[in-house]
Design a protein around this ligand. Structure first.
Ligand SMILES: NC(=O)c1ccc[n+]([C@@H]2O[C@H](COP(=O)([O-])OP(=O)(O)OC[C@H]3O[C@@H](n4cnc5c(N)ncnc54)[C@H](O)[C@@H]3O)[C@@H](O)[C@H]2O)c1
Length: 464
């Protein structure tokens, strides 16, 4: 059941009598039906009436009606208009382009555009590497999607994906001063996506793939990495993997366990799960057991595609089979990136002492975090209304800042691990069971991640 939150916030404009009790009557009416009042503004005042904007967080569309009906039912009160503040924020989109140069007169024009610009073009034609010095390329990232796996909404297409990509670009700018631009493609054909991204790459110093469904995303990323001389990062895979590896490092510090001794169960072997497991391997865990919709991934399964076969070959040392519940028995860590409500407190009770549970399926996790807490020593989710939110915003802005500053032409697992370690280190001595990752608003995070990625790029020879 969704709870009222700022993601669904409304402003209701009402006319009310100018009585001393009006404000109290209005705010109580909202509270009585479960709305969470966040602002109360008198926008007009007359001898016989006041006009008030009441802003409140609600749970869903039905709840909007309940709140407005409760206000309308008050004596002398009339609801004039209801605005959805989330939609208001999206009117006209969330991004714009603004020039960095002044165009005040003919002289400015002649240098920023023709005829002066021609000499800059010729310089780049003679030395293509100059594009990073003389154009927007050095700080620009394409946020590329085909709209096939958008949030938890599924295949809603490229136009409907645009608000998410605009949001992503806004986050890039806010947290790391990266100029990112949405590129929503009206095709879901792997070859066509590769061809288009390759063709538009000259403008960009990095490609951030976003919300492209598995298993297509694996092929697209691999092929683009092979063919482009700029880093290609799929945030749903690698951004998630970085933050999970960071959070796990700190969670294991809380429970006093070494990863080499841990049995880690990962539910979900799609985009996020596969990337998490591949990155975790670098930390040499005791064992990883992957489970998906068909149970534990093992060599005897008849449905193994390339990705699942790789996982079967590289995890599950004893090649066990069975269900997720079987896998959980004796496990030190559960990481879920799969589906809601797959187990309860009774399964957590079968895990090893002081288990760590990351239930990250969105919006509803694999286990209710309150149930998990009955037996788990550390619990994390993907949600902002619980402690320990595993949020990719901790990773991708700093990762790209570092890549762009290093003028990197590729991204490696060493850089991803460096980013994870940097995020974990920011927590420092604030570490406890409810604080294994920093806040997304901690301004130390993006610079720390950027520095770590830049150093790793220089060390590996990937820097330009
Ligand atoms: N930071 C975060 O919190 C974060 C980041 C990435 C993904 N996620 C969440 O993780 C989930 C998976 O994302 P994805 O992009 O990897 O999706 P995906 O479609 O690529 O993979 C989903 C995986 O879950 C498995 N699965 C589906 N239903 C299952 C069930 N009933 N039991 C066991 N396994 C099941 C599928 O077999 C598949 O392996 C989503 O809910 C997503 O919101 C959270």
């Amino acid at each position: 059941m969704p709870v009222p939150g700022p993601g669904y916030s409304i402003t209701v404009r009402v006319e009310a009598p100018p009585s001393a009790s009006a404000a109290g009557d209005l705010t109580s009416a909202v509270g009585r039906v479960g709305g969470v009042l966040t602002a109360f503004d008198v926008v007009e005042s007359h001898a016989d009436a006041i006009v008030v904007d009441i802003t409140a967080n609600v749970s869903n569309a039905d709840h909007v009606e309940v709140v407005t009906d409760a206000l309308d039912a008050l004596p002398g009160v009339r609801v004039r208009k209801v605005s959805d503040r989330t939609f208001l924020m999206h009117l006209g989109g969330k991004l714009s382009v603004s020039p960095k140069v002044q165009l005040r007169n003919r002289d400015d024009l002649s240098r920023a555009y023709t005829p002066g610009v021609a000499r800059v073009c010729q310089a780049i034609a003679a030395n293509p590497a100059d594009a990073r010095r003389l154009t927007i390329k050095r700080n620009t990232v394409a946020v590329v999607t085909d709209g096939s796996a958008v949030l938890g909404l599924g295949n809603i297409g490229p136009a409907a994906a645009l608000p998410v990509m605009e949001g992503k670009a806004a986050l890039f700018k806010k947290f790391a001063d990266v100029d990112a631009w949405p590129v929503c493609l009206d095709t879901q054909d792997t070859e066509e996506i590769i061809k288009i991204v390759k063709a538009l790459a000259p403008v960009y110093a990095g490609i951030n793939l976003e919300d492209i469904a598995a298993p297509r995303c694996f092929e697209i990323e691999k092929r683009l990495r092979d063919q482009l001389d700029i880093p290609v990062f799929h945030d749903d895979q690698h951004g998630t993997a970085i933050v999970v590896v960071a959070a796990l490092r700190n969670a294991l510090r809380v429970v006093g366990k070494e990863i080499e001794d841990c049995k880690i169960v990962v539910s979900g072997a799609g985009a996020a799960g596969s990337a998490i497991m591949r990155l975790l391997m670098h930390k040499k865990p005791g064992d990883i057991i992957a489970a998906d919709i068909n149970g534990i991934v093992h060599l005897g399964r008849s449905d193994l595609d390339d990705n699942l076969r790789w996982l079967a070959e590289n995890t599950n040392k004893d090649n066990v089979s069975g269900s997720l519940h079987d896998a959980l028995a004796g496990a030190d860590v559960f990481i879920g990136v799969s589906a809601p409500n797959l187990f309860g407190a009774e399964q957590v009770a079968t895990m090893a002492a002081n288990p760590v549970v990351f239930a990250l399926a969105n919006p509803d996790p694999e286990i209710d975090p309150l149930e998990a807490q009955k037996h788990a020593a550390v619990v994390a989710t993907g949600r902002s209304d619980y402690p320990n939110q595993i949020n990719n915003v901790l990773a991708f802005p700093g990762v790209f800042r570092g890549l762009l500053d290093a003028q990197a032409h590729e991204i490696t697992d060493d850089m991803l691990i460096a980013a994870a370690n940097a995020i974990a280190d920011v927590v420092d001595d604030r570490l406890n069971a409810s604080y294994i990752v920093p806040s997304v608003f901690d301004s130390a995070v993006a610079p720390a991640v950027a520095d770590a990625v830049k150093s790793a790029a220089r060390k590996s020879g990937a820097a330009g």
